[in-house]
Design a protein around this ligand. Structure first.
Ligand code: NDP
Length: 444
């Protein structure tokens, strides 16, 4: 077998998918626009009735000064809420029991080891949070009422955290899977370390992506529901459908968390602004935004429509899960698992690691992975649509997350294709011939 090109070298410049000019432009644009966007989205949802036009008119009248005035200052209570939550999640990550799980072999030949205690941490978090409310110890409406200050604190706190990651990558990397691109902006944006840890056991990306980011999504979904209940004395069916679907999705995420440690976010994207700031700030603010909108916009869907949306959403979450599960089982059993009741069709692809060793990977070419090379993104986007559609169509802002996710995943499909082409060479070409569509069968 002929070896394909080696995996990207950590000591060399990060391989650019787009042209250098476009890459610089998009990195600088994202670094400078994401933080204010988080505040504008929260402000529009909570203080301008979800209307982009209202916010636009306000900014037109008041200019930059008006924008500075709506940006909430991080208050002591916001810092306290974030600190308690972060310390609680860090303690659960460190001390709850869990099975030992190995991640995939890294480009420099390391095998990260994790403790799989995500489901337990998820259950303990939600039971504690709802219990605190139920027994009158802490009212989640406090979180909603200080949401702007919390986002503001998260924006600044997470930027400082990314500076810490950058410095750590330079002076004290946790493993050989680390390196500089030679460009300070890219190092800060894309990150330097693949598997940064504090001590031997505290994995920073598991904390930022799973236990802080994804967990905050569940906590905020419950918060929005409780806020609507406390304000109106009842929860609308639209809010219920939204919350249940988001919780089903997040439950699926924690159920499959060890699988997530094999995905691009963990195994390929390094710890920097893109992944870590994104999970610490973007997930709690943007991903939860359809629920944030529904707090003040309770829609009555009626039982039939509510149940239809719920079933369609759960089906999409299930298909997305099944795509991930199929690939994972296929790899775990070394291509021996049945795919849709039949022996799988596959490609045995070899590649060379940065150390010059030749290794092989199996590429599944049947089942969901035979429909399109990234078909799993379709049910992911559809799930997001179904937990947003209970807001109906009075405003387009609740659909921002669906639109953002579509762009993110189409770009990700291209990035992943390029990375796999450079890793597997002619084997990836064969896969592309066998499965010609990138995301949507017959269309794209
Ligand atoms: P995955 O990492 O799960 O899949 C891509 C990787 O799988 C490739 O890099 C390659 O890695 C391997 N691979 C590719 N094709 C095949 C094949 N035919 N057979 C076997 N292995 C293959 O992708 P993602 O990380 O993008 O997605 C994981 C999950 O996370 C999905 O459910 C997705 O929808 C979700 N997601 C959600 C996002 C959100 O913001 N809501 C964002 C991104 C993802 P290798 O080098 O090992 O060969």
């Amino acid at each position: 077998m002929v070896a394909a090109k080696p995996e990207p070298d950590f000591t060399k410049k990060k391989e650019m998918v787009h042209s250098p000019l476009l890459t610089y432009f998009s990195v600088i644009t994202l670094l400078s626009t994401c933080p204010p966007f988080v505040i504008l989205l929260w402000y529009t949802m909570v203080h301008q009735d979800g209307s982009i036009l209202n916010t636009f008119n306000y900014l037109k009248e008041n200019g930059i000064e008006g924008f500075v005035n709506i940006w909430p200052r991080p208050t002591a209570i916001a810092w306290k809420i974030i600190a308690c939550y972060a310390l609680f999640e860090a303690a659960l990550q460190l001390w709850l029991p869990g099975k030992r799980v190995e991640g995939p072999i890294s480009p420099t030949g390391n095998k990260p080891v994790y403790k799989a205690n995500g489901v337990l941490a998820y259950v303990v978090t939600l039971v504690t949070y709802i219990g605190l409310w139920w027994f009158g110890i802490f009212n989640p409406t406090v979180v909603y009422d200080h949401l702007g200050e919390i986002y503001s604190a998260l924006i600044f706190g997470s930027l400082i955290f990314c500076v810490f990651l950058y410095i750590k990558g330079h002076v004290a990397p946790s493993s050989t899977d680390s390196g500089s691109s030679g460009n300070i902006i890219f190092d800060f944006y894309w990150g330097m370390e693949l598997y940064p840890r504090i001590g031997k056991n505290f994995d920073i990306k598991v904390f930022t992506n799973c236990r802080f980011g994804m967990m905050s999504w569940a906590v905020l979904a419950v918060t929005y529901c409780i806020k609507q209940y406390e304000t109106n004395g009842k929860v609308s069916d639209s809010m219920l459908v939204n919350t249940v679907l988001m919780l089903v999705y997040i439950t699926k995420f924690f159920w499959w968390e060890a699988g997530y440690w094999n995905t691009m976010d963990i195994a390929h994207d390094r710890a920097g602004f893109y992944i870590c700031w994104g999970c610490l700030v973007w997930v709690p603010s943007i991903y939860t935004s359809p629920g944030m909108y529904l707090v003040n916009h309770p829609v009555n869907l009626g039982v039939q429509l509510a149940i239809s949306i719920l079933i369609a959403g759960i089906l999409c979450v299930y298909i997305n899960y099944d795509c991930d599960r199929q690939r994972q089982e296929f790899r775990r059993t070394n291509g021996k698992s049945l795919v849709w009741g039949k022996a799988p069709s596959k490609i045995v692809a070899s590649y060379t690691t940065t150390k010059g060793e030749t290794k092989t990977s199996l590429l599944l070419t049947s089942g969901w992975w035979g429909l399109a090379r990234h078909f799993h993104y379709v049910p992911e986007i559809m799930s997001a649509f179904f937990w947003t559609v209970p807001a109906l169509f009075d405003n387009c802002l609740p659909y921002f997350y669906v639109a953002f996710l579509t762009i993110l995943l189409l770009d990700r499909a291209k990035r992943d294709d390029d990375r796999c082409r450079s890793k597997y060479g002619k084997y990836w070409k064969t896969y592309c011939t066998k499965v010609p569509y990138r995301v949507i069968p017959g269309i794209y």
